[in-house]
Design a protein around this ligand. Sequence first.
Ligand SMILES: [Zn+2]
Length: 298
Amino acid sequence: MRFFDPHIHVTSRTTDDLESMARSGVRAVIEPAFWVGQPRTSVGTFVDYFASLIGWERFRAAQFGIRHYCAIGLNSKEANDEGLAREVIELLPRFALKEGVVAVGEIGFDEITPAEERAYVAQLRLAVEHEMVVMVHSPHRDKKRGIERSIELARDVGVPMERLVIDHNNEETVRLTLESGAWAAFTIYPHTKMGSERMVAVVEEYGPERIIVDSSADWGVSDPLAVPRTARLMLERGLAPETVRLTTWQNALDAYAQSGQIDEDELLAAPSIDQTRLFADNSVLRGQEPRVETPVPN
Ligand SMILES: [Zn+2]
């Protein structure tokens, strides 16, 4: 099977992770811009971070046969540093309109503050202006209220609901998200309440329509194989293979292909790997024999 992990922070993962993801069938990923664990203090660090998402990280994933797309945005946590937030928001069009950028994201609420709301609305406007998809991060505390407000504001600003992806849903919010017409993404956190087991139950109850599974793997305790692992559990529990395909591949593709930045035929073709390539004179190799694999046309 092939999988699409539409929310993973690959910049925080190692080449071992990329290798095991590829081996488990992860063929494409989306890396949304987010918080890096400690607050950034100047706009220049955002410039370099956004550039790495469309540059080095895309190259690095491709070296292991994984197609890497990204989403560009100012995360909710750092939206609270309003001086810096303004500078970052001004910077966004320079990166958000580049090739391979499939959404504005991840944006939304953390503590649900007025500053977060201002940054979110400004970025929703950017998405509307350029007809982009929006990837919304929902808060871990007060999640339901955060999602309600995120949907309400997106509607007010004029984001079509089919271009809105609400992430980090749970049983308490799934109905609300689906009823709005948005896509409902779920992050599988290992050893927590929102694990694969509960994901299976959600899909059993609500069916596969507009439901998306992702890992959100980052620098914290997380699992870059969460999507294939959940798919395996769904199959073991007797869910239809088509349900698994929709929730772990096709729905994410349909949601983000609205950006016009995803070539589905290219994704369906076997990946080619050429580790003799360099990015700005840099290789992922440290003296190893480069892998070169060209897919056999069928
Ligand atoms: Zn994230």
